[in-house]
Write a protein of this length. Structure first.
Length: 598
């Protein structure tokens, strides 16, 4: 899609593009958002023409039609489970055009799960360029608001994760792993606005400790040049600071001696970091002085004094990390630049310096074809009625996002609930409200109510021989600990208190719950260390009655009252915590391997 030269761009008051390249990118955004509906019409027509010969589209008898009306009338709205048989065939080696006429280049593993495993999203090579295009728009927008970012570096903690292969040999990995390993990322041309402290080799090291250690070391070495600090999600930056708290002694020693710790065994990492690391007495002394007293307030601005903002997503489930980031950074601005998923990259934030509570994302209409199911807050969303287009949405209303992609997903429910806040030209700007059905999320994990219920049931099996039952439970994502962890409140019915379950049995119940949770949870526990051991807090008998009484005093209907399966409201937490009789933690990590069941 080329830039329309008749578009005139009006920049926010007092701002101008940083360079010619930025001006072009901003013009592109203006064009896409001015002609939102037309672009969407063309995107759908392109996708349908491209994939007309696929088995999936053929069955809906479009007969070559590429218009919206026929598409909407004939193609159903689907969920992952509806597509699973097609996806499984691709994974097993069927190379016929099933969902996409272009060859499937790899599977992207979403953090959403199905039957306990990450969802597999087939993708095609051309999607990488589309993602790259969206990335290329981020800095031109940021440069409007924060000048001078070409005068220093970005300290970004970026990681790859283990990948696996499908039975037919296709790679399956998270979308960011795929991006960081791509030529688009590895051999990106020099751009003064996108210079990172972390060399590619440190990002591409699959060992989580060595990758974090070497990235932190480089960040410390370049500390005065750092102008922005970030990670993809807030949980990643919080984890990096915790890493500094645990490893500053060794890091300072490496800097003092100019010799990299023997814990870093990866040859490529050693080679590239050794070129950067020089003996630096002064810097080592400074790091020790800042870290030795265990005062972590404002640590980001003390160590990296020229940081202008934190570049991390703090919308959605990540909002829980805002207080700790404010504490670490002395309230530096937090910018949420982008909204994306494994299925499709969606859009960007055109006013990145606003407060997290005001963040809106503008879906770029060139990325895919987007439809919206009006979302009913009262929960009556089972019957899907009419789906709306990007240009038809109304300010203030909530919608569930449905996508049709070049890779072959057709009318696929992503599961995100968005609210229209305003329009940029004719493109709606969305507040991210929440992910449907997610009860607990600490890092990339997304645990729903059914998974939690199954985990409680499986763990309760261990209580049977002690004539004990879990009569009620609820949960809480505790991010005051670093890493955060799941807390499950249990009210027990112990029929024979003399022979009730011991502490050891309840500890084992914690582990049994973890073993039952999905593979993203277990990977975060085992490989990434981004979630701490699960905790069960046993509460006094009668506590959940009190919880109901409390809800009723606040206006809940006695007939319709349901125990909330996740809590975060402070008075409720206080009530629960004041009734705790014993606390138990998982004694070991659950099982996880990067191999998956196909
Ligand atoms: P995944 O499929 O693992 O790539 O995760 C994608 C999901 O992460 C999206 O569908 C959202 O639920 C969530 N997500 C991505 N970007 C944002 C954002 N900027 N703010 C809030 N949630 C986000």
């Amino acid at each position: 899609m080329c830039v329309d030269s008749s578009i005139s761009v009006s920049y926010p008051l007092g701002t101008t593009p940083a360079c010619e390249k930025d001006a072009k990118a901003l013009e592109f955004i203006e064009e896409m958002t001015n002609y939102c509906d037309n672009v969407q019409k063309n995107v759908l027509s392109e996708i349908l023409a491209q994939n007309a010969g696929t088995e999936y589209l053929q069955q809906w008898k479009l007969d070559g039609a590429t218009d919206r009306e026929t598409f909407k009338a004939r193609v159903p709205v689907v969920k992952y489970e509806d597509l699973l048989p097609y996806i499984q065939r691709i994974a097993n080696g069927d190379r016929s055009p099933i969902l996409s006429s272009h060859p499937i280049s790899e599977f992207l593993t979403s953090s959403g799960t199905s039957a306990g495993e990450r969802k597999l999203m087939p993708t095609i090579a051309a999607e990488m360029d589309r993602r790259q295009k969206l990335y290329s728009l981020l800095m031109p927008v940021m440069n409007l608001y924060v000048p001078g970012l070409d005068k220093g570096k970005g300290l970004y903690f970026l990681f790859i994760k283990a990948e696996t292969k499908t039975p037919s040999g296709l790679v399956a990995r998270p979308v960011l792993t795929s991006y960081y390993k791509s030529d688009q990322f590895k051999t990106r041309p020099f751009d003064p606005y996108n210079v990172y402290t972390s060399p590619n080799e440190t990002i591409l090291c699959v060992d989580a400790f060595q990758s974090m250690y070497s990235q932190m070391l480089c960040g410390l070495i370049y500390r005065e040049e750092v102008l922005r600090c970030g990670a993809v999600f807030a949980s990643g930056l919080v984890r990096a600071i915790k890493f500094l708290q645990l490893n500053w002694r060794q890091l300072a020693q490496d800097i003092e001696t100019g010799y990299l710790s023997p814990k870093i065994t990866d040859r490529t990492v050693r080679d590239c970091v050794s070129k950067i690391l020089k003996p630096g007495r002064e810097l080592a002394r400074f790091i020790r002085k800042e870290c030795c007293e265990g005062n972590w307030e404002g640590i980001i601005t003390r160590i990296w004094p020229n940081t202008k903002y934190l570049d991390v997503i703090v919308t959605g489930a990540m909002a829980q990390y805002i207080p700790i980031l404010d504490y670490y950074s002395g309230n530096l601005p937090k910018t949420c630049t982008m909204y994306a998923s494994s299925e499709c990259y969606f859009g960007l934030n055109l006013t990145p310096m606003v407060n997290p509570s005001e963040v809106c994302y503008t879906i770029m209409p060139n990325m895919g074809y987007f439809e919206f199911i009006p979302h009913d807050r009262s929960g009556n969303n089972d019957s899907v009625t009419e789906l709306l287009d990007l240009a038809d949405l109304e300010v203030g209303k909530e919608y569930e996002l449905v996508i049709t992609t070049y890779s072959g997903l057709c009318r696929y429910r992503v599961g995100d609930i968005l609210q229209v806040k305003s329009f940029h030209n004719s493109a709606p700007q969305f507040k991210f409200i929440r992910r449907k059905n997610v009860l607990l999320s600490i890092d990339a994990d997304k645990t729903d109510e059914t998974e939690l219920q199954t985990a409680v049931e499986n763990a309760s099996e261990l209580l049977k021989e002690f004539n004990t039952k879990v009569v009620e439970y609820t949960s809480y994502g505790d991010t005051k600990t670093i890493p955060g962890h799941y807390v499950i409140y249990w009210e027990l019915l112990v029929e024979d208190p003399v022979n009730g379950p011991s502490d050891n049995v309840l500890d084992q119940c914690c582990l049994a719950m973890e073993e039952s949770l999905n593979s993203v949870y277990r990977q975060s526990r085992v490989a990434d260390n981004s979630i701490g051991p699960l905790e069960i807090r046993v509460v006094k008998s009668g506590t959940f009655e009190e919880l109901m009484d409390y809800a009723i005093t606040r206006g809940a209907s006695i007939n319709q009252y349901k125990v909330p399966r996740c809590v975060s409201f402070t008075p409720i937490m206080e009530l629960l915590d004041s009734r705790v009789v014993s606390v138990h933690f998982s004694p070991a990590p659950p099982h996880w391997t990067c191999e998956r069941r196909f």
